[in-house]
Design a protein around this ligand. Sequence first.
Ligand code: FAD
Length: 427
Amino acid sequence: MKTFSNNYDVIVCGGGPSGIAAAVSAARQGVKVALIERFGILGGMMTSGYVNPILGAVEPGSIYDEIMSLLEATNLETRNGREMSVDTEKAKYKLLDFAAESGADIFLQTPVVDVIKEGNRLKGVVIGTQRGLANLQAKVIIDATGDGFVAACAGAEYFVGREGDGKCQPTSLEFTIDNVDESRAFTCWGGSDPVQMPDGRKYSDFCKELNLRGELPKNVSIVRIHRTNSSGERSINATQSNGYDTLTPEGVFGAELELRRQIETVIDFLRKYIPGYEKCKLKATGSALGVRETRRILGDYLISDLDVETGARKKDVVVHNAWFLIDIHNPAGVGQAEGHSQPAKPYDIPYSSLLPKGLDNIITCGRCISGTHRAHASYRVMAICMATGQAAGIAAALSAQMNEPPRELEVKALQKALLKTGAVLFD
Ligand SMILES: Cc1cc2nc3c(=O)[nH]c(=O)nc-3n(C[C@H](O)[C@H](O)[C@H](O)COP(=O)(O)OP(=O)(O)OC[C@H]3O[C@@H](n4cnc5c(N)ncnc54)[C@H](O)[C@@H]3O)c2cc1C
């Protein structure tokens, strides 16, 4: 049995899409890495949340491509463009094996509960184990917790929710159904999907009508139905709870209970009204609440609405041509916040948006990086999270090797290392 240490070059907190990419990328640079995950499986929302498909895009050549190939993701062309579908159950093993192969020590069922701080620097983190609390030290710490938990513990400044009223995108619990008749069953990627019912009515209008009639839960005015890579199976993104503060135990509990109550109603709706779904059955549900938005850690740079809308180019680019819609599930009610998802242009993510302001040796990645509420609504998808994880991992490794704080790292050296892995950073 491998013995884990309590002293690392790089500690990655959180084993979701961004954390896995960060840990593997750091370890491949030849440094000693620990990946710490509170659940028993890696994958974050992809596995624990049963979120499928993998959405978004970045310039080809990044670790996202490698992970999609590892997971044998199926490219399902939809009316909304590309959806990469993965087998969630297989992903649980493949992602763990992928991370282990890199040489990183992987702490499972081990929550990070606090940080050990010395001025603006973190000496390490405190983890919870079956033998009690333990300290782990590292030169650089990556916050890939989604919630920005580690940076927040270290005293970083952060935003929660939209500017103005602080309301966050709603939570959802995704689930998978099977026994679907492929010859008749349509799919729907969202409220703007023009797919029609057999009588010519727009399916999204039909969902709204059923919501008003009380045959869909209060907050559910669209039942998104995604094809998966298994015939007769669908991934359902429909349940929705608004207004819970998921940074509190009460909020997590309230949202979880409300969402689990909704699942049966959504399945009844599909069985009763949607062709091809008459005999569908619940196959699996996420084991973790689907939290779209909590803390966004303020960095040296804040990715702005304009950056995402205009496809900004950045000198300290570490992810090139990140793209996804500005997809804001309504924080205050049903449907989309702005009527429908707004367009974005492929934009650059700069290194400075991964560096929490005022802290010396933490790097963020994934959905908690520095940006506005609307920018986050685009970069929060998994393809982009993996790419920011890769950048954070390589930056942390170089910083540890050079004994320099991440902020002092020469950006050109980081970009050179990223280019060497096959990533493309410039037009
Ligand atoms: C309902 C829902 C639907 C979505 N739909 C899509 C979609 O269709 N396609 C798409 O691409 N994206 C989708 N997203 C967005 C996407 O899934 C997330 O934004 C993305 O997974 C974020 O990646 P991450 O690595 O930052 O965080 P996460 O995936 O949340 O991973 C964070 C990891 O850190 C761990 N962690 C947290 N705190 C601690 C701690 N204290 N100690 C140790 N470990 C910790 C967690 O257990 C988790 O494994 C959806 C999100 C939700 C909630």
